[in-house]
Write a protein that binds this ligand. Structure first.
Ligand code: MCN
Length: 789
């Protein structure tokens, strides 16, 4: 094995440029004769636009262009498309009202873009934006999720009664009702999955440029999927032929799902550049990001678990209202439905599960995928319910899980909610996590904390997720409007060095390292001789991008396939040069060898022969050494695991301190243990953020975003978290090449329930059995105060 092949903790090669400040981000880029754009955004949550007066702004110095919704409509610009439509149980399609890139007639959330001003400088554009006078007739804001569907609620769209986009369900209702009818105990919970704002380190940005001579338009954008932006924007919004549109997503400073949508700003900036025939740049202000980046989560759920008297799970019923915000974002309707309901079986053998979701419009920023996207919400419901059931029935929280877990031998396992888990050992993960966290020693630590006046709690969470999005056929049957395969080209140079062109996009996940490790392993090429290229539709053949922890499982599989094709062709060339039969040539460690002999050619020699074909089987083989593969997975990938969290609560202040965090995750074959650990650290920290700190709050009367800056929206910081103990307990996937499973979201999926179970455990002495996230000091303090009053 190469010392930088599969399984090695190779340091991330991309960090060489990042830590030296040599990254190439959109906001750093300058194009010739570039103008600046600024958006005018709605200050109201819900209002009719009665007039937009641009006269004064248009006369200001340096102003090149002003666009409103009416201008885009007049130019035939289309609405922003949705990539995933859902249906109700009777086949009724979701209500899909138009999503104009600039508001037309009405605004539907604070931040809704109303106009776009382009000027010579950012300052001139900002001044002109201030001078645009928009007159509004303010309407009642619909913010509260339950209120949005209540009779008499103000309507966002005339054509959408009750603000209901879709009534969706999964599972067998009758079978689940029957399970409840014979239950000895029913545990119930009502919970809120708090709304989050992604806040990637690099705010969004876009530059577009148009060359009237060639008719070519280029958009540089902070995107997780440039090919999809090219397709959606070119085809549906701006009507630009694909061959004339180049979309580049260069270095991107974090995405977390938030940069996985086709945003209005991309289309408006591109439209403006084409109209002006010059480059136009827009960079999102941090505060603007709070009101224009898609938000995440935001569910209200009532769930129940039916149990037999011995604690066996008989059935689960879940009713959720999921927030879509003011418009349908690219994947919005898919998140609280297809990525949520099918995961409610968790790692348990619950035979009947039924879930109904109401997907509703409210006057808030559109809601879409945010790291984990649906799966943290499902895990949270399951793992809080299990705790409540154990507590109500007087059963041990660990024993009840052991009793109901899918045993390793039962895989592949068909759940009652569509998913067929290929492999896993959830019990193995849990036992290892409990041992690593010294669960047995907890009572002593609790007593020691109590002696200091502190309340210790320990929380456990298990999970299984579906990632590696996705088998196109299954996704299509669930409403996806595109395929979800991935593609890779392995270009071997005459020197034996390699350039890979891949359709995924790395914005923090370390693909330049892990994908090079795969090539180093497969082709025996030196790690340093491999370059991974992505993010440019003019260079990379095609790609669906990065989200749903799909890059390794789907993109890596395409890469492995293309590499295998290179080896297969190399064997034919070697067979010719070594005068042997192709079947007698073996390839290992970068050498083609006639089996059982010392007749051999190196990979570089074969590459050279392919490009200098003087002695070459030209009758049967083309010159060159470059292979491409598309890969469409046969199933989702199902990572699973167990997380244990230990907290200490200060009863005087309500502050929760994380004392320890242990995670044991099954991510299948590990390509780079250090990168997987890094992904775990980041993911867990985001889950801890949701559980303890982050909370997107809207004023329910006015629809104003109250947590619209870092003053009011608490992101986790280094001193909020302990050193994590993360490890893997892997069962190789049987449905993916190389046995890999995704790892990018597991931390975010397992952690909120582990943290909240620990907080509730710490507060159990007060009779507190549930608390909504985030467990902020004020919330914890108030809960203690009301329990002791
Ligand atoms: N990996 C590995 N062995 C495994 C699984 C993964 O070595 N068994 C490696 C992969 O090769 C890759 C990394 O771990 O380098 C993550 O792989 P994967 O699970 O395929 O996830 P993706 O690369 O598709 O990343 C997407 C995922 C998602 S959905 C979000 S959201 C997210 C995340 O990854 N956003 C991130 N991690 C992030 N990390 C950073 N720094 N920034 C973001 O925006």
């Amino acid at each position: 094995m190469s010392d930088k092949g599969i399984g090695a903790s190779v340091r991330r090669k991309e960090d060489q440029r990042f830590v030296r400040g040599r990254g190439n981000y959109v906001s750093d880029m300058v194009r010739p004769a570039m103008a600046w754009g600024v958006f005018v955004r709605s200050p109201h949550a819900h209002a009719t636009i009665t007039a937009i007066d641009t006269t004064q702004a248009a006369a200001m110095r340096g102003v090149a262009l002003i666009l409103t919704g009416a201008d885009l409509a007049a130019a035939g610009v289309g609405g922003l498309p949705c990539g995933w439509g859902i249906k109700g149980p009777d086949g009724t399609p979701m209500k899909e009202p138009p999503h104009p890139a600039l508001a037309q007639g009405k605004v539907r959330y604070v931040g809704d873009a109303v106009a776009f001003v382009v000027a010579e400088t950012a300052a001139a554009a900002r001044d002109a934006a201030e001078a645009i006078a928009v007159t509004y007739d303010v309407l009642p804001a619909v913010i509260d999720l339950e209120g949005a569907i209540a009779p008499g609620a103000s309507l966002l769209f005339d054509a959408v009664p009750n603000n209901l986009c879709s009534d969706w369900e999964i599972g067998d209702r009758a079978m689940t009702e029957a399970a409840f009818a014979k239950a000895a105990h029913v545990a119930r919970i009502k919970l809120v999955n708090n709304r989050l704002i992604g806040n990637p380190m690099e705010p969004r940005a876009a530059i577009a440029e148009h060359d009237p001579a060639t008719e070519k338009t280029t958009l540089w954008t902070t995107s997780q999927f440039p090919h999809v932006v090219r397709l959606l924007m070119g085809l549906f919004v701006l009507n630009i032929p694909q061959q004339n549109l180049r979309v580049v997503a260069p270095d991107v400073g974090g995405g977390f799902g938030v940069k996985q949508f086709h945003y209005a700003e991309e289309a408006v900036v591109t439209f403006a550049a084409r109209r002006l025939g010059r480059a136009v740049k827009w960079v999102c202000e941090r505060s603007e990001g709070f009101i224009s980046d898609a938000h995440g989560r935001d569910h209200v759920t009532e769930a129940a678990l039916a149990l037999a008297s011995d604690g066996t799970f008989l059935g689960m019923k879940v009713e959720t209202i999921g927030n879509l915000g003011g418009y349908i974002s690219t994947f919005g309707p898919n998140i609280p439905t297809n990525l949520y309901g099918p995961l409610l079986a968790g790692v348990y053998t619950t035979p009947a599960v039924y879930c109904a979701v109401k997907v509703v419009f409210t006057n808030t920023v559109p809601v879409d995928a945010y790291r984990g996207a649906g799966r943290p919400e499902a895990t949270f419901v399951v793992e809080r319910l299990v705790e409540i059931a154990a507590q109500e029935m007087g059963l041990d929280k660990i024993e009840i899980r052991r009793k109901n877990m899918i045993p390793k031998e039962a895989f592949p396992y068909q759940t009652p909610v569509m998913m067929r888990y290929d492999s896993g050992d959830p019990l193995g993960c849990m036992e290892r996590a409990l041992a690593a966290a010294d669960h047995a020693g907890f009572p002593a630590r609790k007593a020691a904390a109590a002696a200091k006046g502190k309340l210790r709690g320990i929380g456990l969470s298990t999970y299984i997720e579906a990632c590696g999005l996705a088998p196109s056929r299954i996704a299509g049957s669930l409403g996806a409007r595109g395929g979800l395969y991935e593609s890779a080209t392995v270009r071997v140079h005459p020197t034996g060095q390699v350039t890979v062109l891949i359709g995924t996009h790395s914005h923090g996940q370390g693909h330049e390292t892990t994908f090079a490790q795969i090539i180093a392993e497969k082709l025996g090429v030196k790690f340093e001789d491999i370059d991974i290229v992505f993010g440019d539709t003019d260079r990379v053949q095609f790609g669906m991008g990065t989200y749903g922890s799909r890059s390794l499982v789907v993109g890596g599989a395409a890469l492995a396939k293309a590499s295998d094709r290179v080896v297969a062709k190399g064997k034919k060339i070697a067979a010719h040069l070594l005068e042997a039969a192709v079947d007698d040539v073996e390839f290992a460690g970068g050498t083609f060898r006639v089996t059982g002999t010392d007749k051999a050619k190196s990979f570089a020699e074969i590459a050279l022969a392919a490009y200098v074909p003087h002695d070459y089987p030209l009758e049967t083989l083309d010159p060159g050494l470059e292979e491409q593969a598309f890969h469409d997975p046969v199933n989702f990938s199902f990572p699973s695991g167990a997380h244990v969290c230990e907290v200490e609560v200060d009863p005087d202040t309500g502050k929760v301190t994380l004392i320890g965090y242990t995670a044991v995750d099954d991510v299948g074959t590990v390509i780079n243990p250090m990168i997987v650990a890094g992904q775990l650290h980041g993911g867990i920290t985001q889950g801890v953020g949701q559980a303890l700190l982050e909370h997107c709050v809207y004023d329910k009367a006015t629809g104003q975003l109250l947590s619209g800056s870092f003053q009011d929206y608490a992101m986790p910081r280094a001193d909020d978290i302990p050193a994590y103990a993360v490890s893997t307990h892997s069962t190789p996937s049987t449905d993916t090449p190389m046995g890999v499973k995704g790892c990018g979201e597991v931390g975010t999926i397992g952690s909120p329930a582990a943290v909240m179970n620990a907080v509730v455990d710490a507060l159990a002495g007060y009779g507190i059995t549930h608390m909504d996230m985030p467990a902020s000091p004020s919330r914890v303090w108030a809960a203690i105060a009301s329990a002791t009053r």
